[in-house]
Design a protein around this ligand. Structure first.
Ligand code: FES
Length: 115
């Protein structure tokens, strides 16, 4: 089923918005570069709204105590900081945790997802 989210021009680069879709909340994201992503707006850890978090580069490290920003973009949960890959919805630090991700299309000026 195709769902219409919001007008494409309502979502500026570098922003995100939570949209109600069929009884669920979906967070739709437009990166600084204009790429579009959509994830279920519900953290699989303790249920926070991911749309209250923020998009950034994944934090990586080769050893304990090291911090390194990776090129992968993630949505970081506002409660305990779990990160979810914008494209796959996977948590890089814990593959058991994942949020559903959706491919976003632009159709007649609206952002849409297929469910
Ligand atoms: S509720 Fe999201 S990291 Fe805990």
């Amino acid at each position: 089923v195709r769902h219409k989210l919001i007008r494409a021009d309502e979502l500026q680069p570098g922003s995100l918005q939570s949209v109600a879709v069929g009884g669920q909340q979906i967070v739709v994201i437009r990166t600084d570069d204009g790429e579009l992503f959509a994830l279920r707006d519900l953290c699989p850890h303790r249920g926070a709204r991911l749309s209250h978090g923020y998009v950034g580069s994944m934090m990586g490290a080769a050893t304990i105590g090291e911090y390194k920003l990776e090129s992968t973009l993630v949505l970081r949960c506002p409660w305990h900081g779990y990160e979810f890959d914008l494209a796959s919805g996977r948590c890089p630090a814990d593959p058991r945790r994942r949020v559903r991700s959706y491919k976003v299309e632009v159709e007649e000026g609206f952002l849409t997802i297929d469910d």
